[in-house]
Design a protein around this ligand. Structure first.
Ligand SMILES: Nc1ncnc2c1ncn2[C@@H]1O[C@H](COP(=O)(O)OP(=O)(O)OP(=O)(O)O)[C@@H](O)[C@H]1O
Ligand SMILES: [Mg+2]
Length: 368
């Protein structure tokens, strides 16, 4: 797919913007704080209903304004798709409104799969070196964009988990444990689609990511791979296996007033040449690893819908050495890509279709 138009209204540092980037690569160049990432964030908001860097929607409303709006219209092979998001400041007492092809949608899940994107940002290094939560989020975002089914399944699981944890709290305070069985059943049923989708995704991702790593890294002897880790990672009957676990751990769960087993504890094990990438990989290797995971995400989304998602590369080029940069740009040929950089020299000999300068809330053609 490619963007026909991107409109921002009172979004972050922008009062009003309308862009129609060309099909290939567009580079946004500007100083630190110029508003480059803000543009990519706007696209991400339309794809997933949320920012990639904050969970506080109000931060995205231009200072002093009550409301912000973003709209993106894309050309897909099967037609035009248009999604929009309007945000309101808390003072307005209104909920965020989503628009899909001119109609309002009541739930965030409805957005999924319309306009899809893969975002690579500098914070992504945390996927490798940070807590498991970041790796779960990586999987969850990817699977949600594959279709709303996963998004709703995860929501259902999280709701069941919340209820079970609330009940555990009450049991600690003396309530009866009689209804726990019912919540165990609910949790186990809800866990099934989440676990199965993650098992499938990781198996696909590891093949793609391995190939990308070898190509971009340019060293055949470095093998990168992903493995699904968790109580049910290998389970063929996740509902039955989780139920067993919950029974075994019931006393501990009650003592700790929290659910200690289930997909909310899952992790991805990332390995480089057979060793834990978290401890073993250099900064540059970690960056290449995450980039490979993002490109693998792109492959999955593409295979799922037959349509390449939009690729958003924030501040990637300056962090890669020349060879890696060239091989990355070769890889993404044919995918509409929005890139940011602070200096045109980061482009080296790359030839993007458009170079736009971001300055003072305005976007203009850059010359030289
Ligand atoms: N809600 C808002 N209202 C007005 N301005 C905002 C808002 N949120 C952020 N900004 C401004 O946007 C700018 C940051 O934009 P952005 O993160 O896109 O910069 P950038 O060009 O990506 O910079 P860097 O090169 O450092 O990554 C800051 O100057 C900040 O003051
Ligand atoms: Mg930035």
């Amino acid at each position: 797919m490619h963007i026909l138009s991107l409109r921002l209204h009172d979004f972050r540092s922008y009062r009003q913007v309308m862009l129609s980037p060309p099909k290939g690569a567009t580079v946004f160049v500007g100083e630190n704080g110029a508003g480059k990432t803000n543009l990519l964030e706007a696209v991400h908001l339309c794809c997933l209903g949320r920012s990639h860097r904050t969970s506080a929607d109000k931060e995205m409303i231009r200072e002093g304004q009550e409301t912000a709006a973003v709209q993106v219209k894309v050309q897909r092979e099967d037609g035009v798709d248009e999604v929009g998001v309007r945000l309101y400041s808390p003072a307005a007492h209104k909920r965020k409104v989503l628009y899909i092809n001119g109609k309002t949608a009541s739930r965030t899940g409805e957005l999924m799969g319309h306009v899809t994107c893969v975002m690579f940002s500098p914070e992504d290094l945390d996927i490798v070196r940070g807590a498991p939560q970041g790796r779960r989020r990586f999987l969850d975002m990817l699977l949600s964009q594959c279709g709303k089914g996963y998004f709703y399944a995860l929501q259902q699981y999280n709701n069941a988990l919340k209820q079970r944890n609330a009940l555990l709290h009450e049991i600690v305070r003396g309530a009866s444990a009689a209804t726990l069985d019912a919540w165990d059943e609910q949790l186990c049923t809800a866990a099934v689609p989440v676990v199965k989708a993650r098992q499938y995704a990781v198996q696909k991702l590891t093949g793609y990511a391995q190939e990308h790593y070898a190509h971009i890294g340019g060293r055949a002897q470095e093998q990168f791979s992903l493995r699904y880790e968790g109580h049910l990672a290998e389970s063929l009957q996740p509902a039955e296996d989780l139920l067993k676990l919950l029974h075994e751990r019931r006393q501990e769960d009650i003592r700790r007033a929290t659910t200690t087993a289930g997909p909310h504890r899952d992790d991805l094990f990332l390995s480089l040449s057979g060793r834990d990438a978290r401890a073993f990989a250099s900064q540059g290797q970690m960056r290449t690893a995450v980039l490979s995971m993002r490109l693998a995400e792109l492959d999955m989304l593409k295979n799922r819908s037959g349509e390449a998602p939009l690729l958003l590369l924030d501040d990637v080029l300056s962090e890669l050495d020349g060879g890696r940069r060239t091989r990355l740009l070769e890889r993404i040929a044919g995918v509409q890509t929005l890139l940011t950089c602070t200096d045109l020299s980061d482009l080296a000999d790359a030839k993007p279709e458009a170079v736009l300068r971001v300055q003072g809330g305005e976007i203009t053609e850059a010359h030289g």
